[in-house]
Design a protein around this ligand. Structure first.
Ligand code: C2E
Ligand code: CA
Ligand code: CA
Ligand code: CA
Length: 276
């Protein structure tokens, strides 16, 4: 039994070493990616639920990996945070996203809003606003999406000041992933966000039963009672689109309407919609 235990320890240590090596490898790759300017924004369109016109885009981080192609954040975000370089990725994305948004506005490509994801730890970063050159964008057209867990507790003084600065810069605040993890209804009154994004986990079962439907209806009603617009994310079927529209949801986002696209693809898409 002792020998068995011993060999299991050896196996375990070997596995751990393998995993550590893989993490180290990814960390090195990320640093090289930063040097090579390999992180870029993808854009997913959002649509006005009433008119089905484009109402905005969400910016999503992607890594153009030399061997593995275009990678989503689940492949790098956590490790980048652990080695404390996510701020460098964010900074490079912010610059590119703002430049793209400015260009679209100058070219008359119709994108009323652009939103970016802001992590909890960045909210109190004194450099946060400086990394987004949004001065030339009309008030409310640039949006910070923040996870609802940030607003779990009553806002402390430092957080309130950070939120004030964001508002004064003309940037709108949207609560992301509403309804998952932490139920933070308190944030809706203390923060008064412009929009609330219902998490995909609540949208997925929407057409599978009366109780799911009623839950979404109640969230929409609650939002509207507080003067907050409702965005549904992860909309994957026509049945969900139809139902959310009849229920008075304000904005729709999901694969059923548009997938995330790189700069060149979305610009081609937007140009094709311009009146001839
Ligand atoms: P999120 O903010 O909830 O973003 C929505 C995610 O759902 C995106 O995944 C998007 O590609 C995906 N998605 C959109 N429509 C559908 C659909 O119809 N069905 C399904 N199954 N998925 C859909 P992505 O791009 O992999 O991003 C994952 C998460 O990583 C984001 O979740 C966000 O929390 C975070 N993230 C992305 N970009 C950034 C960034 O630049 N900075 C920070 N801090 N976080 C980011
Ligand atoms: Ca988001
Ligand atoms: Ca979300
Ligand atoms: Ca989500």
């Amino acid at each position: 039994a002792k020998a068995q235990k011993g060999s299991r320890t050896v196996l375990f240590t070997a596995e751990l070493e393998n995993r550590n090596r893989a993490i180290k490898q990814t960390a090195d790759d990320i640093l090289r990616g930063l040097d090579d300017d390999a992180f870029m924004p993808f854009y997913q369109l959002q649509f006005d639920a009433k008119t089905l016109e484009i109402s905005g885009v969400e910016t999503l981080a992607r890594w153009q990996h030399p061997e593995h192609g275009v990678l989503a954040p689940d492949r790098f975000l956590k490790i980048a945070e652990d080695i404390d370089v996510m701020w460098r990725i964010d900074r490079s994305l912010a610059e590119k996203a703002c430049a793209d948004f400015l260009r679209w506005r100058l070219e008359g490509l119709d994108v009323p809003r652009m939103s970016v994801n802001i992590s909890a730890r960045r909210l109190l970063d004194p450099q946060l606003l400086a990394s987004f050159p949004t001065q030339s964008f009309p008030k409310g057209t640039f949006v910070f999406e923040m996870l609802e867990s940030i607003f779990l507790d009553a806002l402390d003084d430092e957080m309130s000041k950070a939120i004030d600065r964001i508002r004064k810069a003309g940037i709108a605040i949207e609560i992301d992933d509403f309804g998952t993890g932490h139920a933070s209804v308190l944030g809706l009154t203390t923060l008064h966000p412009k929009r609330l994004k219902i998490d995909r986990a609540l949208i997925a079962p929407l057409t599978r039963g009366e109780r799911h439907r009623r839950l979404i209806a109640a969230i929409i009603e609650m939002g509207h009672a507080l003067d907050i617009e409702i965005v549904a994310e992860g909309v994957e079927t026509q049945a969900q689109i139809d139902l959310l529209r009849t229920m008075g949801c304000d904005v729709l986002q999901g694969y059923a309407l548009a997938r995330p696209m790189g700069t060149r693809d979305i610009e081609a898409f937007l140009r094709a919609r311009l009146p001839a």
